[in-house]
Design a protein around this ligand. Sequence first.
Ligand code: SAH
Ligand code: DHB
Ligand code: MG
Length: 223
Amino acid sequence: MDQTTFSAVDEFAADLLAPHDEALQAALTACEDAGLPAIQVSPLQGKLLQLLVGLQRSQKVLEFGTLGGYSTIWMARALPADGSLITLEADVDYAEVAQRNFELAELADRIDIRTGPALETLLTLEEEGAGPFDFTFIDADKVNSPNYFAWALDHMRPGGVIVADNVVRDGALADRDSGDEKVEAQRRLHEMLADELRVTATTIQTVGSKGYDGFTIALVREA
Ligand code: SAH
Ligand code: DHB
Ligand code: MG
């Protein structure tokens, strides 16, 4: 099995199960035209996030790493009209592209983009008393995923779900001598999860148009 097959299967299933409507297509085109890196989740992964947000009956969602808002649009579409999504983005130019995409998708009323390094924005959210969140998607700078996870966990409702992207990193997750700080952060995240009594978690390896990577999914225990 090779990357060509993984991409072909992704395309086949996505065309049927996660097709782009006008707003999603326009969002991706706007990202391309603005020269953003094409590192958004795949269509099928966006659909997975949408399903999870919906399964949680989420009213409040938190996202780390907006880019052009592609994953955000997938998730926000699973919110009720009075639901809200806060998405954190360090890059002001990316956030501007995302804001336009939310307006075109008629989701701007539900989505609040906060620009700046997420660790700083979290201090503001703390002061505002933001949350509790039903669902959190961690997809920003990978070295900070354990820090984002720790903050999110303290601000989730019981029964909430936290998903972290890019944890497998071409299999480097299993390499204790990788020396890559992004990989080390994902290993640390797993160790945190193993020791954390408040959550129960799993990691799913993925192949597809984005190569070989994976998600960690953590459920916040009810009691
Ligand atoms: N979730 C998006 C992809 C995010 S890519 C999607 O699937 O559509 C990762 C994003 O994290 C980039 O836009 C990058 O600018 C942002 N980022 C990097 N470091 C950050 C930080 N310290 N705080 C907030 N965002 C950050
Ligand atoms: C890359 C992929 C991602 O999903 C992400 O969030 C950041 C970077 C990448 O392939 O470089
Ligand atoms: Mg990602």
